[in-house]
Design a protein around this ligand. Structure first.
Ligand code: ZN
Length: 279
C-alpha cells in the first residue's frame, strides 16, 4: 500500500527549480497535499496569491520557514529581527500553517560570547510568544546541528530545546521541530524525545551523507546516507506525534540541479522505503 497522506514536502527541496505556485501545483500533481513554505518564496508572490493557489490544489501548510535569528547584540538589529518574526507569525496565521519554524541565530559578528547570545535569544522568544499565542500560531524551536552553531543556531540540541521550553513555561504556542539531520548523532536522543512528548509539532526528514561537502547545503535524499530514519520516526511517533513527515533537502550540488518532477518522484519512493520502511 502506498500511503502518502502524511507526506509533506518542504519547498526547500525544490528551491531553485520551482516558485511557490509551481511547487504547490507540482507537489499536488504527484499526490502530495502538504507543503512547508519558504518565506522568500512567499514574498515573491504575496500571501493572497499563495492562499488562492493552496485552495486550488487542496494543499495544507505544515510549516512556514523561518522566524527568529534573535541573537544580535546591536539593539536596532535585534528589534528589527523581532519585528520580522512578528511578520512571519502573521504570515503563518494567514496561511493556516501548523507552525512557524524558529531558528535561534548564531554568534553576532565579532563576538565570542555564546552564553550572551543564548540569553538574548531566550529574551526575544519570551517577547514574541504572547504575540504568537494571540495569533494562534505555534513557534516551533528547531535545534540545529552544533557544527552550524557559529553562524546559524546557538540552539544546538534537543535537550537545550526542552530546557528552554521548561524555562519559558509556555503554552501550546511553543513546540519543537525534530529534524533527523540535526539530531541523529545525539546519544541522548531517545531520552530527550521522551522529554519532548506532547511538544513535537513537526518532523523533518532527509539524510546525512558520509562524504558531505557542506554542512548546511549538502543534505542527502533519504536512503543515500547514514541515518536510520525509520528508527527515529518510530521514536518520534512513540511520543504520541501523529503528524506529517516533512521531507526537507537542501542540496546545492545535487537535488537543486535536478528536474523537479524527478526529485518529487524519488522523494515519494524513498519516503516509502526509507521513512516508512516498506520493502
Ligand atoms: Zn528542518
Amino acid at each position: 500500500m502506498s500511503d502518502f497522506s502524511k507526506l509533506a514536502i518542504n519547498q526547500f527541496t525544490t528551491l531553485h527549480q520551482w516558485s511557490l505556485p509551481q511547487a504547490i501545483e507540482g507537489y499536488a500533481r504527484h499526490g502530495v497535499h502538504a507543503i512547508g513554505i519558504v518565506r522568500d518564496k512567499l514574498h515573491e508572490v504575496g500571501v493572497a496569491a499563495a492562499r488562492q493557489s493552496l485552495r486550488d490544489h487542496q494543499m495544507k501548510v505544515t510549516s512556514h520557514c523561518v522566524g527568529g535569528l534573535l541573537t544580535d547584540s546591536d539593539p536596532q538589529r535585534f528589534q528589527a529581527n523581532l519585528q520580522d518574526t512578528r511578520r512571519a507569525i502573521d504570515e503563518a496565521a494567514e496561511l493556516g500553517a501548523e507552525c512557524l519554524v524558529f531558528v535561534a541565530g548564531g554568534l553576532p559578528e565579532g563576538s565570542k560570547d555564546l552564553p550572551a547570545a543564548r540569553v538574548r535569544c531566550l529574551e526575544g522568544l519570551a517577547d514574541v510568544l504572547p504575540y504568537a499565542a494571540q495569533a494562534g500560531v505555534t513557534l516551533a524551536l528547531e535545534p540545529l546541528h552544533p557544527m552550524i552553531c557559529a553562524f546559524r543556531s546557538c540552539l544546538s540540541t534537543l535537550s537545550q530545546a526542552n530546557d528552554w521550553i521548561e524555562e519559558l513555561d509556555a503554552g501550546p504556542e511553543l513546540g519543537i521541530v525534530v529534524d533527523v539531520y540535526h539530531v541523529w548523532w545525539d546519544p541522548n536522543l531517545e531520552h530527550e524525545l521522551q522529554r519532548a512528548a506532547g511538544r513535537i509539532v513537526s518532523f523533518h526528514v532527509c539524510d546525512w551523507l558520509m562524504n558531505t561537502t557542506d554542512l548546511r547545503l549538502d543534505r542527502g535524499m533519504m536512503g543515500d546516507g547514514v541515518i536510520d530514519i525509520g528508527r527515529i520516526r518510530r521514536l518520534v511517533e512513540a511520543t504520541g506525534y501523529a503528524g506529517y513527515r516533512e521531507v526537507e533537502i537542501f542540496s546545492e550540488r545535487n537535488w537543486w540541479q535536478r528536474d523537479p518532477d524527478e526529485v518529487v518522484s524519488i522523494t515519494k519512493a524513498r519516503y516509502l522505503s526509507d521513512v516508512l520502511g516498506q520493502p
